[in-house]
Design a binder for this molecule. Structure first.
Ligand code: SF4
Length: 100
C-alpha cells in the first residue's frame, strides 16, 4: 500500500501537491447536472493557490469532464475557442503587416 502511494506521489504533477481539493470528495468536482451545480467546486478553486496551473493542465490535455481551475468543461471549451480566435486574429494581422 505504501509503495503504491509512493508511486502515485512520484507521478503527481508538482502543482497538484498544492491543490486545495486534495482530500476532498471528488464528486464535488464532477457535478452531474449543468454548470449551475458547480458552485461548490468553484468555491474551492477560488481559494486554490494553483488554479492557473490546474486550468492550463486541463486545457492542455483537453479534459472533458469536471471542474478544473474553477472552470467547468463548457467554460473551458469557450476559453479554447476564444484563444483560437485570438491566435487567428494575430496571424491575420501579421500576414497583413507582412504584405504591406
Ligand atoms: S483549481 Fe480547483 S480543481 Fe484545480 S487543483 Fe485547485 S482546487 Fe483542485
Amino acid at each position: 500500500m505504501a509503495a503504491h502511494q509512493d508511486s502515485l506521489a512520484a507521478d503527481m504533477l508538482e502543482w497538484q501537491r498544492h491543490a486545495a481539493c486534495r482530500g476532498l470528495e471528488a464528486e464535488i468536482f464532477y457535478p452531474t447536472e449543468d454548470d449551475e451545480t458547480a458552485f461548490e467546486a468553484k468555491a474551492v478553486c477560488a481559494a486554490c493557490a494553483v488554479s492557473g496551473d490546474c486550468l492550463e493542465y486541463a486545457i492542455a490535455v483537453r479534459e472533458k469532464e469536471g471542474v478544473w481551475g474553477g472552470q467547468t468543461a463548457a467554460e473551458r471549451v469557450r476559453i479554447i475557442r476564444r484563444r483560437r480566435r485570438a491566435a487567428a486574429r494575430a496571424r491575420n494581422a501579421q500576414a497583413a503587416a507582412a504584405s504591406n
